[in-house]
Design a protein around this ligand. Structure first.
Ligand code: MG
Length: 405
């Protein structure tokens, strides 16, 4: 038995409101059409694929359609015209044809194989899902209104999907009926008209048809990486500044009363610097010195909390937002216990996370080395960032507007 798949992608499908036909929209980083074609090429029972395309795609076919196992054909006015065009391009020797709607990209090899196997036995079979909801048939009520005419026995109701598989002579007869003017929304309807029994094979709930933006969002969620559809990344940062007389001590954007402050080009906020570096590290987007060089007079006396806010916005443009941060500040003096909550709240505000998503811990260095002698303050930071499913632009919108230092 030689099996050819016809992928019907000839329609324009502009109900999604996009500038490109729906079958070329991206799903999980690949065009919807590519998902469908690759699913059939991956099914062991399928020998060859005929992709029926709109004229502009046919004129410049993408690389994933350029294979000696794929033949291209021009789409027609109606779906049945496209299938007729595909059937005319089926390789000689094909004994069974399986028709699939390109707008069902999540079809899997098991579903293809059980549909083909059933059709090989008896001539025709389609994937369908039994109705789960109670099914009502309507009739016109008041103008513009509908009322229930009757409740149909749910056990007998099935919702047709594709793949739909036919012995080639059955599909040829169905296509002939279509040419004679019989309208049908699928090939099975034509086979029924030809008097051929069409078997129902258990479809798949994942095998959804992408028609509206909501369908595309559901499909994105189905193909998103595991872990709630998010990608997590982690980054660490470290900084140290010397304590000198005549400067304010700023830690995490909070002015801490002390007789000395940290030396530096900006406000020398060692806590913000460590956290900013951690954020940049998590996004693999460089380091603080690259983004805010201390050789640039623009950053003299800069408010480091504003720089942290700016880097949060930068990371958002890459599709990520902070989840939580944990900091350790190493200072012999002043004692920071009374300031920890204010510092954590200040950092949480800049990151755009809840206050309880930032932890600030204070340590001394037990009198050891320069930090221990009270000559410097150091900070370590670790931060987790997440990329939500399909999220770059959304995260960017939600992020705080960039603030210039
Ligand atoms: Mg620094």
């Amino acid at each position: 038995m030689s099996v050819t798949a016809i992928i019907a992608a000839g329609g324009r499908g502009r109900r999604l409101g996009a500038a490109v036909p729906k079958q070329l929209l991206q799903l999980g980083g690949r065009p919807i059409l590519q998902w469908s074609v690759e699913a059939f090429l991956a099914a062991r029972c399928v020998d060859h694929v005929v992709a029926v395309l709109p004229p502009d795609v046919l004129a410049a076919p993408p690389a994933y359609l350029q294979s000696d196992r794929v033949t291209l054909a021009a789409g027609g006015e109606r779906r049945q015209d496209s299938v007729a065009s595909g059937l005319a391009a089926v390789p000689a020797g094909t004994s069974l044809v399986v028709v699939h709607d390109a707008a069902r990209p999540l079809v899997d090899a098991a579903l293809i194989e059980r549909t083909v196997a059933a059709a090989a036995e008896t001539g025709a079979a389609i994937a369908a899902l039994p109705a789960r909801d109670t099914v009502k048939q309507s009739e016109p009520g008041a103008p513009g209104d509908k009322v229930i005419a009757r409740t149909l026995p749910r056990e007998s109701i099935h919702l047709a999907q594709t793949p739909q598989a036919f012995r080639i002579e059955v599909l040829e007869e169905a296509v002939r009926l279509g040419r004679e003017g019989i309208e049908a929304t699928d090939e099975a309807a034509l086979a029924e008209r030809a008097g051929v029994p069409v078997r129902l094979v258990e479809g798949s709930a994942r095998n959804i048809k992408i028609t509206t933006p909501d369908d595309l969002a559901i499909a994105e969620a189905l193909v998103a990486p595991k872990g709630g559809g998010t990608t997590l990344r982690i980054g660490t940062g470290y900084d140290l500044h010397r304590l000198v007389e005549g400067r304010r001590l700023v830690l995490g954007g909070v002015v801490v009363p002390f007789d000395r402050g940290l030396a530096g080009h900006s406000d020398a906020d060692v806590v913000c610097h460590a956290l900013t570096d951690a954020l940049l590290g998590a996004a693999a987007a460089g380091d603080i010195g690259q983004h805010f060089p201390d050789t640039d007079p623009k950053w003299a006396g800069a408010d480091s909390l504003a720089l942290l806010r700016e880097v949060t916005a930068l990371v958002a443009t890459l599709g990520y937002r902070p989840v939580n941060a944990d900091l350790t500040v190493i200072a012999e003096r002043p004692k920071l216990g009374a300031h920890r909550e204010a510092i954590a709240a200040s950092l949480a505000g800049a990151l755009g996370v809840p206050a309880d998503a930032v932890s600030v811990k204070a340590k001394t260095n037990e009198g050891m080395d320069a930090t221990g002698r009270g000559e410097a303050i150091a900070a370590h930071a670790v931060v987790l960032i997440e990329r939500a499913a399909g999220g770059g632009q959304r995260a960017a919108r939600e992020a705080a507007a960039p603030v210039r230092g």
